[in-house]
Design a protein around this ligand. Structure first.
Ligand SMILES: Nc1ncnc2c1ncn2[C@@H]1O[C@H](COP(=O)(O)OP(=O)(O)OP(=O)(O)O)[C@@H](O)[C@H]1O
Ligand SMILES: [Mg+2]
Length: 241
């Protein structure tokens, strides 16, 4: 089983949206995927509540089937947060070991803080994707985040390797956003993923209907951007490159 965590201590940068669409994208591409909602806010859980596949193969009690190849471990009441929202990293590790036998990919959504939950997600994952909005304040937080991740990959050998920084919510009509994107490419080089997630209201609408954009608006710009990201992360290169 391969595992990828979406992490950034900045709030509202598209971690949850990316976790959902990477998980569903890989499931649509044929992988068996578990999405672990590690954010006590439970946004990924809510954003998928309009999708359920009761006829899908039950894996174990805690996992809710979302499609025939995607299972969600919801935020509230999961094995790490039985009732009181306190984190039990050892139980979480045991769960991840159990998952390894039944799924190909684990995608983890983190809270907007590198607290105990955020670090648990990072320490349990092979790779980290850092979504970032190309704007000045996000850039400042990014260097901090990348240094913390470098320390984490030393502290947890074999885990927490930076897979790449993902530009999200990019508004192609904003010249400043495109300039910052160019700066990012110059400064980060191959650490910046090729895929770019453009701003698209279809992603907000899909979440408000409790569905993935691949179901709600499959031909939208948001769906195409996340299909591209899925391809890049599965095949190690962009589909256009
Ligand atoms: N590419 C996009 N275009 C337009 N809206 C987007 C896009 N990506 C995310 N959003 C919207 O922006 C808001 C924040 O996104 P999201 O919840 O994914 O961020 P987050 O980093 O998980 O937030 P938090 O830090 O609170 O967990 C949501 O309303 C989401 O629907
Ligand atoms: Mg979130």
């Amino acid at each position: 089983m391969h595992s990828i965590v979406l992490a950034n201590q900045k709030g509202g940068v598209g971690k949850t949206t990316t976790a959902i669409h990477l998980a569903h994208g890989c499931a649509l591409a044929g992988q068996r995927v578990a999405l672990l909602d590690l954010d006590p806010q439970g946004n990924a859980t809510v954003a998928l509540q309009g999708m359920s596949a009761p006829a899908a193969e039950p894996l174990f009690d805690l996992l809710q089937p979302v499609t025939d190849r995607l299972w969600l471990l919801p935020s509230v009441g999961n094995v790490a947060t039985p009732t009181d929202a306190s984190l039990d990293v050892d139980r979480l590790k045991a769960l991840v070991e159990q998952l390894a036998a039944v799924v190909d990919l684990l995608v983890i959504d983190c809270p907007p803080r590198m607290d105990a939950w955020g670090w648990a997600g990072v320490q349990l994952s092979d790779e980290v994707v850092v979504p970032v909005q190309p704007e000045f304040f996000s850039m400042h937080g990014l260097s901090q985040m990348l240094s913390s991740l470098a320390a984490a990959s030393t502290a947890f050998p074999g885990k927490a390797r930076l897979r790449g920084v993902l530009p999200v919510m990019v508004d192609s009509r904003e010249p400043v956003a495109l300039e910052v994107l160019e700066d990012l490419r110059r400064n980060l080089g191959s650490k910046l993923l090729d895929s770019v997630i453009f701003r698209d209201p279809a992603l907000v609408e899909a979440a408000s209907h409790g569905k993935s954009v691949f179901v709600h608006s499959p031909w939208s710009k948001g769906a195409l951007c996340y299909a591209e990201l899925t391809w890049e992360l599965m095949h190690g290169r962009s589909s256009i490159g």
